[in-house]
Ligand binder design. Sequence first.
Ligand SMILES: COc1cccc(COC(=O)c2cn[nH]c2)c1
Length: 247
Amino acid sequence: MRVDVVTIFPEYLAALDVSLIGKARRDGLLDIRIHDLREHTVDRHRTVDDTPYGGGAGMVMKPEPWALALEGIAVAGAEAAAPTAPQGARPVLLVPTPSGTLFQQAVAQELSTADHLVVACGRYEGIDERLFEWAGEHFDVRLVSLGDYVLNGGEVAALAMIEAIGRLVPGVVGNPESLVEESHSDGLLEYPVYTKPSSWRGREVPEVLLSGDHGRVAAWRHDQQLERTRARRPDLLPGDKTAPPLA
Ligand SMILES: COc1cccc(COC(=O)c2cn[nH]c2)c1
């Protein structure tokens, strides 16, 4: 998968050189390229923002530098896209924004199958809306929120989304088994985990986990997932949300 990130703070994305994502880059599984939006300005002051029409506080990002940056990527990307990419498979333009649809594991799963992801990191009060209208002609535009809170810019959200998506690309995570039993992969929260020592500061590991009875362990883990999900995220449970508390 090719991933282009456009930002006015390229150094923010240095974290993508570390750990599993960094290794996937070095192994060629993820072709991640960071672009400085200011390289695509046309004035001496390298202006990327201006005051909002209609007034109000803050600044709005100008559409032209973004269009120039994205054109450079989309055109270049078209040549460099994986030869197996189906003709006309438009790149996904992923825009982290408080006004987007909620980013969830299902979205990460879907986007992990894309050939080309372009992530636009907005700042200030946002990007001129016409940029997204223009981009819709060349990209599959996805305005996505990490959650109901506001960050100063899209970079932190981009790191989270790229990690959530990238780790699902085949080969990035060594043992794909570890992707199966994760929180949200089966719609429930993850069960509690334990490791050595079996007795720690007077606290014991649940006996069932030491029993060697895989059937009992699996049943206990599933019960724990249900209990945790009921307690912390009843919204994830299908059907009647007011299920009576566990006995
Ligand atoms: C594209 O325009 C903007 C404007 C303002 C901030 C941001 C950064 O994203 C967030 O703040 C965010 C993402 N998910 N939850 C919060 C982008």
